[in-house]
Design a protein around this ligand. Structure first.
Ligand SMILES: Nc1ncnc2c1ncn2[C@@H]1O[C@H](COP(=O)(O)OP(=O)(O)O)[C@@H](O)[C@H]1O
Ligand SMILES: NC(=O)c1ccc[n+]([C@@H]2O[C@H](COP(=O)(O)O)[C@@H](O)[C@H]2O)c1
Length: 203
């Protein structure tokens, strides 16, 4: 029986991916996380488009090879990965050895399903959506390491989101959509129960 599961939490910027991920990793056993944002290239390596904006919301702004290698490291040895990332493993006195237990990796990011080499690693693909107005409102209060210049949301962020979502939908990947307008609690409960019934109760 398979005992390693990779769960993607993708979706629009400010949809609530990180919020959901933080709650899940607290509650799921033997659960590690990879954040796509950690693989951003340095600001001076980000291309400037014809529109004058730095192109932050495209796949080439991220070191996807490094991210793929990190995920492959977890696949090869989730116990070693967990230990080296300070993740507590389930106690071994009343269950099996760590190597025999179920391990979960959550991969979180806004462009998860637009990089071909990673598409087949996911056992489950969630995708959080929120409408334009709510996204723009949440984004306006968000502090990134590099602040958004005026006009970036309408000129780059939102159009790139629509473009990448259309590309994902054309890829025939099976995606479970999550309504990011629901409360944090509702979204968490929905996903937690889904993971429990799909991956944990079946073992
Ligand atoms: N379900 C929700 N309802 C209302 N606000 C939310 C919800 N989930 C997240 N937020 C808020 O939206 C902002 C972005 O959340 P975050 O989890 O960082 O999104 P992402 O990782 O998708 O960019 C934060 O201020 C967070 O508190
Ligand atoms: N983490 C960074 O270094 C950085 C810098 C500039 C913009 N961003 C923004 O981060 C967004 C993606 O992250 P979220 O899905 O967490 O919002 C993109 O829309 C991008 O414009 C991130």
């Amino acid at each position: 029986m398979k005992k390693k599961f990779i769960i993607g939490i993708g979706g629009v910027t400010n949809g609530g991916k990180t919020t959901l991920t933080q709650r899940l990793i607290k509650m799921l056993p033997n659960c590690c996380v990879v954040h796509q944002d950690d693989f951003y290239k340095k600001p001076d390596q980000i291309e400037v488009g014809e529109d004058g904006f730095k192109q932050w919301d495209v796949i080439t702004a991220l070191d996807m090879e490094a991210m793929t290698n990190t995920i492959r490291g977890w696949i090869e040895n989730p116990v070693k990965f967990a230990r080296s990332h300070g993740v507590n493993l389930a106690r071994t006195d009343d269950v099996s050895e760590p190597e025999e237990q179920t391990h979960i990796l959550i991969v979180e990011g806004f462009l998860l399903y637009n990089y071909q080499p990673l598409l087949d690693v996911f056992d489950k693909c969630y995708y959080i959506t929120i409408p334009y107005e709510e996204c723009k409102r949440r984004r306006s209060t968000r502090q990134y390491t590099v602040p958004d210049p005026p006009g970036l949301f309408d000129g780059h962020v939102w159009p790139m989101y629509l473009k990448h979502r259309t590309m994902m939908e054309a890829s025939h990947l099976t995606v479970d959509y999550l309504d990011g307008l629901k409360t944090k609690e509702e979204i968490y409960n929905q996903v937690y129960e889904d993971i429990q019934s799909n991956f944990l109760n079946r073992l």
